[in-house]
Design a protein around this ligand. Structure first.
Ligand code: E4P
Length: 221
């Protein structure tokens, strides 16, 4: 499974990419608002760090506007993927952008039928939001399971990008269910490295190493 960072923070991307090479990045208007920076300049900077797909989200509600925005985003770098929303107009834009060679990430997907339509419209990436489904009392990871089965049944090429990930448990579950990609906040990515037994093990090894040094010194005297 590929790992994307869900952020518009260049510092977070640089740090994460030093630890394990990131496979891509997803951004959205909320994330860029958090950074308070120019969207296109930030995307350009992100694309200079990450060579995998970098998603840039359109904000128009009609296909014409989405296509116009998408074409502008696509000029930033070769690895830009244009995000359109899961609406009839979004799917129209998806078809038009895909036809002109621009890859599309269909976002705000909350049902298996929406994912089916997104695949039929030619989406390169399809983003089911699992955390937001959990928020309304549903089981978000069930959706990943359903979409995996549908895409496998009909050999759809669209990649399942599990989004709205809130915890390391989510990452493990979507990996086990066969999501192609998981996009996650820096905090969750960082947590993937942790285990209390790793910390305890490091502490024990360091303590014992210290004890050995003391012992050797004692023997020399
Ligand atoms: C990614 O493409 C999505 O925009 C993102 O994962 C949404 O996450 P949220 O539900 O935590 O805002």
């Amino acid at each position: 499974m590929k790992i994307f960072l869900d952020t518009a923070s260049v510092a977070e991307i640089q740090q994460a990419n030093e630890w394990i090479k990131l496979d891509g990045v997803t951004t959205n208007p909320t994330l860029i608002l958090k950074e308070g920076k120019d969207y296109k300049k930030t995307l350009k900077e992100i694309c200079s760090i990450v060579s995998g797909p970098v998603s840039a989200e359109t904000v128009s509600l009609n296909a014409e506007g989405m296509v116009k925005e998408g074409r502008e985003f696509a000029k930033i770098a070769k690895n830009i993927v244009v995000k359109v929303t899961m609406t009839p107009e979004g799917m129209k834009a998806c078809r038009l952008l895909t036809k002109s060679g621009i890859r599309v990430n269909t976002t705000l997907v909350f049902s298996a039928n929406q994912a089916l339509l997104a695949a039929k419209a030619g989406s390169y990436l399809v983003s089911p939001f699992i955390g937001r489904l959990d928020d309304i009392g549903e089981k978000g990871t069930e959706l990943i399971k359903e979409i995996r089965q549908i895409y496998d049944n009909y050999s759809f090429k669209s990649q399942i990008l599990a989004a709205s990930i809130r915890s390391p448990e989510h990452v493990k579950e979507v990996a086990m269910l066969g999501a192609d990609i998981a996009t996650m906040p820096f905090k969750v990515y960082e947590q993937l490295f942790n285990h209390k037994l790793t910390d305890a093990g490091i502490k024990k090894f360091l303590d014992d190493w210290g004890k050995l040094q003391k012992e050797l010194k004692k023997r020399q005297n």
